[in-house]
Ligand binder design. Structure first.
Ligand code: G16
Length: 549
């Protein structure tokens, strides 16, 4: 069986590649201005179908989103059968296909992929796809559907939903009717799974005080509203920043990325939040979560992905101990270089901790090596993975006391409240609420697990971010040559200093992170390193940002 060349030709002519753009499958798929992605979506449709054929017709997910990016951006990423990110070797195929300059070149690239990846075209192709609320979404989905049609894929439209729900669907579809069944492959199945587990975990606990959820004016607003119906009064919450149809509102001065980067309360919440109240922000596609609270004096305190990891890991370790499973179930944590030094120290004193490059795919794979792998990026993207062996252990274990039995039941419910396919803001929110409830913690007690080192994150716009290459889990630069030793010199001049530079995989910028013992020192270090990066990358002196030192 061969490709239906005519159908692909017709589709490809309808979705021509812009001549002057080089596309790249980055940290989380393709991501750039929504208006230039038409050809990419058509080709991703074909690629997803080929990936499915390669995997014997197992369902592949396609999510159209640019997550935390501003509204004019959009993107697309593929989801592998267990709900995890696309296998790295296929990211290269995605980049190659997206850059084929003409229809003929595209067909040649497809044939070459079919041969090298040994794809049997007679196998079925099954995909499930969804989009977030971005205005550019419908047109991009139409291009994607043209790709599915051109190759004859069986495609299921999951509509407008969150990225983690799409990941859940993929795993649920592929495990349906097997011993590994992940749940019903519907939104109802997802919400029921999470909310039933949450309710079990908080049974008998005092009622939670109301939570405020900043929905980033994105698709999380729709999902959170649905979740409320399933939770009833087991978790009272109010939704803010739910303007999903207001132009330009998405992720604008709100949402998880805004809170984490600016370390501030979204201005839209300043009149809504009260001292002592806890709140959380989702990002544009609800795969990231950042908590925060106002103390009694009304001062803002952020509880980021590192704080979530510390809270959750300690709770799981405690439940494992209560269930008398310490010998059989080992918990480990995975972080990236962005993890606050204080969080790494806190965790390393208690558990094995690994540092990997940015990107959920790296964290996810590292976490799979533990019995229970807790992974969170500082930006609030993360989850907890329970290995198949651990799941079997939990289901086979015979507790010998009522306390052990409760610990075991809690662990089993945790495996259900957690979306183990990918970081999921709503599932993570329920997880955090469970732990806060069990520990009787307010934001203050949670925050005091450790004190964050002051830190600063800065973006630098450069001509070519690909000139920046890193090693040692992105903690050191190998290119441009000589820049790392200049950074080292600066770091040594700041007490408790640490800084690293890496190219973003989702935005056309280089990111600079710095921390130090004092806030002023962390800011200074970040802006000095940003200045170095800007000058080194040949930035125009006239447009050099004035805060760079
Ligand atoms: C994506 C990835 C995250 C990553 C973030 C920023 O998040 O899934 O793992 O931390 O991009 O990546 P970078 O620093 O390379 O731009 P999201 O929420 O935007 O999908």
């Amino acid at each position: 069986m061969s490709l239906s060349i005519d159908a692909i030709k017709v589709g490809s002519e309808k979705h021509p590649k812009p001549a002057d753009i080089h596309f790249q499958y980055g940290t989380a798929g393709f991501r750039t201005l929504g208006g230039v992605l038409d050809s990419v979506l058509f080709r991703v449709g074909i690629l997803a179908a080929l990936r499915s054929k390669r995997l014997d017709g197992r369902t592949i997910g396609v999510m159209v989103t640019a997550s935390h990016n501003p509204e004019p951006d959009n993107g697309v990423k593929l989801v592998d059968p267990r709900g995890e990110m696309l296998e790295a070797s296929w990211e290269v195929h995605a980049t190659t296909l997206s850059n084929a300059p003409t229809t003929d070149a595209l067909i040649e690239a497809l044939n070459s992929l079919i041969q090298t990846a040994k794809i049997d075209l007679s196998k079925p192709a099954r995909v499930v796809y969804a989009r977030d609320t971005r205005p550019s979404g419908p047109a991009l989905v139409a291009a994607l559907e043209d790709g599915f049609k051109a190759i004859g894929a069986e495609a299921r439209d999951a509509g407008v939903t969150t990225t983690p729900i799409l990941h859940y669907f993929v795993r649920a579809i592929n495990t349906k009717g097997t011993q590994y069944s992940y749940g019903e492959d519907s939104e109802d199945g997802y919400f029921r799974k999470l909310s039933d587990a949450y309710k079990k975990l908080v049974t008998g606990r005092p009622p939670a005080s109301p939570l405020l959820i900043d929905c980033a004016n994105g698709v999380g607003a729709i999902a959170a509203k649905k979740l409320a119906n399933y939770l009833g009064d087991s978790l009272p919450f109010t939704l803010e920043n739910t303007a999903i149809t207001t132009e330009g509102a998405l992720n604008n001065a709100c949402g998880a990325d805004f809170v984490k980067t600016s370390q501030k309360l979204p201005p839209s919440l300043s009149n809504v939040m009260k001292p002592g109240q806890r709140a959380c922000s989702l990002d544009g596609d609800a795969d990231r979560l950042i908590y925060f609270y106002l103390d009694e004096r009304g001062v803002f305190h952020m509880l980021d992905g590192d704080k979530i990891a510390a809270l959750v890991a300690a709770f799981i370790v405690e439940q494992v101990k209560i269930a008398d499973l310490e010998d059989k179930v080992k918990v480990g944590v995975v972080q990236t270089a962005y993890a606050n030094g204080a969080s790494t120290k806190y965790l390393q004193e208690r558990l094995p901790v690994k540092c990997v490059p940015t990107g959920v795919k790296h964290l996810h794979h590292a976490a799979e090596r533990y019995d229970v792998g807790v992974y969170f990026e500082a930006n609030g993207h993360g989850t907890v993975l329970f290995s198949d062996d651990t799941l079997a252990t939990l289901h086979e274990h015979q507790p010998s006391t009522p306390a052990q039995s409760r610990g075991l039941e809690n662990l089993i419910s945790l495996t259900n409240v957690i979306n183990q396919t990918v970081g999921d803001a709503l599932s993570d929110m329920l997880l955090v609420e469970v732990v806060l409830s069990h520990k009787s913690y307010s934001g203050v007690e949670w925050d005091s697990l450790y004190v964050d080192l002051p830190n600063r994150l800065v973006k630098v716009v450069v001509a070519d971010r690909n000139a920046f290459k890193t090693e040692d889990a992105e903690r050191r630069l190998v290119s441009p040559p000589g820049l790392q030793s200049k950074i080292d010199d600066l770091v040594n001049k700041h007490q408790g200093g640490r800084s690293f530079v890496r190219p973003s995989g989702t935005e056309d910028v280089v990111r600079v992170y710095a921390e130090a013992n004092l806030k002023a020192q962390a800011d200074e270090l970040a802006f000095r390193v940003a200045g170095l990066v800007y000058d080194e990358a040949g930035g125009d002196p006239v447009s050099r940002p004035k805060e760079f030192l």
